[in-house]
Design a protein around this ligand. Structure first.
Ligand code: SF4
Ligand code: FES
Length: 382
């Protein structure tokens, strides 16, 4: 992102040693509807239906409250946010609230006229996801014919309209060989930033792990390519490289640490500390229809449960890195060890790490199974 605007309405909140006065970012999942079916989608397996989605008025109120709280950036996401007919009104509310607006989109539903309208309203930034530069493979991964060609066209419109552009390229064993060409593509379309994001394995990606996991050798090669490109393209393209947890020594501070920097609002208005938090059993989530964002951020049970470091068990509890990575990812710890308060098995100090890394090594060397595509009907709501 190039530029950010701060809210002039930022409220004075009590300073707290483990809780920032306000989250930096609000991830607004406007809808779970999406014409693409990527097998690594970060949406939950139980997708929220259209008839449960927040109204235009609800979303506009959320934007106002975010501005008042002191949030800096709103990431308008999904699903596919352009599936909402009222996106223009929501963007306007966000702009009026003083938020830096980032549209996270697959692009395939956009028209140039609509993008122009959004730019006129004040949209700042577009983050466009691509599946591959090989169009046939890209369309296979997304299960959407013609998607790759449309995305290329959309990238051109974004630049033409003077909006900041990030290309987001999730990387896995079925597109990993394209990395050099993905970097060239980002330069060619004039992106300011490229996110080379090795898949994070929860939700749909965990279901498809064996189809997506690259070998460690292939991962190491991508790290080398990304490092070289960063050097070579200094001043032209900023490259963010997200390491897959399975081959890392220490985990990432998921969401920058639980309840530290991000609020995630689901299509139906539930407010989560991370997009996969609904997978954690026993957590109650506040809804923006019942409570204001400020109160939820400061007092919500779900936000306070794993905030800071008091909840930690060993080895995190006495680890010098505990305020660097905050024990990694709670959702991954639950999915892979059965206890969300355990150290993320992505950490080499976790007692679960060796078994877990072995699974990745084995799966990545076996033949890839077919994708289980993200579909509304793939896991019926219970
Ligand atoms: Fe991070 Fe916990 Fe591992 Fe230490 S033990 S590096 S705090 S995940
Ligand atoms: Fe939930 Fe990492 S995805 S804490």
């Amino acid at each position: 992102m190039n530029e950010m605007s701060t809210s002039s309405h930022a409220v004075e909140l009590e300073a707290d040693p483990v809780c920032a006065r306000a989250p930096v970012g609000l991830l607004a999942e406007l809808t779970h509807r999406c014409p693409l079916q990527c097998p690594y989608c970060s949406n939950p397996l139980e997708l929220e239906r259209v008839n449960t989605e927040l109204s235009t008025e609800d979303w506009c109120r959320v934007m106002r409250q975010a501005g008042e709280l002191g949030v800096l950036q709103v990431h308008l996401s999904g699903g596919e946010p352009t599936a909402r007919k009222d996106l223009e009104e929501i963007v306007k509310a966000a702009v009026d609230a003083g938020l830096y607006t980032n549209l996270i989109t697959a692009g395939v539903l956009l028209t140039k006229e609509r993008l122009q309208r959004l730019a006129d309203i004040g949209l700042d930034h577009v983050q466009l996801s691509i599946q591959d530069v090989d169009a046939e493979n890209a369309d296979r991964i997304a299960a959407y014919k013609g998607g790759a060609a449309k995305k290329h066209e959309v990238a051109g419109w974004v630049k033409e309209l003077g909006l900041a552009l990030t290309i987001n390229a999730p990387l896995h064993r079925q597109n990993i060989a394209s990395l050099p060409r993905i970097i060239d593509y980002a330069v060619e379309v004039g992106a300011g930033r490229l996110e080379i994001a090795h898949i994070q394995y929860y939700a749909w990606a965990l279901k498809n792990r064996a189809a997506l996991m690259p070998t460690e050798e292939a991962f190491m090669e991508t790290a080398r390519i990304a490092r070289d490109a960063k050097e070579r393209l200094k001043g032209i393209l900023v490259i963010d490289f997200v390491v897959p947890d399975y081959y890392a020594k220490f985990p990432k501070p998921c969401m920058g640490g639980w309840g530290r920097g991000i609020m995630n609002v689901t299509p139906s208005g539930r407010v989560l500390p991370c997009h996969a938090a609904e997978s954690l059993p026993g957590l109650q989530f506040d809804n923006v229809k019942d409570r204001g964002l400020r109160e939820i951020w400061l007092e919500g049970d779900a936000f306070n449960l794993y905030r800071g470091t008091d909840w930690m068990k060993e080895p995190c509890k006495s680890c010098p890195r505990k305020e660097i990575d905050f024990g990694g990812c709670r959702c991954q710890a639950l999915a892979l060890t059965g206890d969300a308060a355990n150290t993320d098995p992505g950490c080499s100090l976790s007692p679960h790490h060796a078994d877990w890394a072995k699974v990745a090594r084995e799966e990545s060397h076996n033949a890839a199974p077919d994708f289980i595509y993200r579909r509304m009907a793939a896991k019926p709501a219970s």
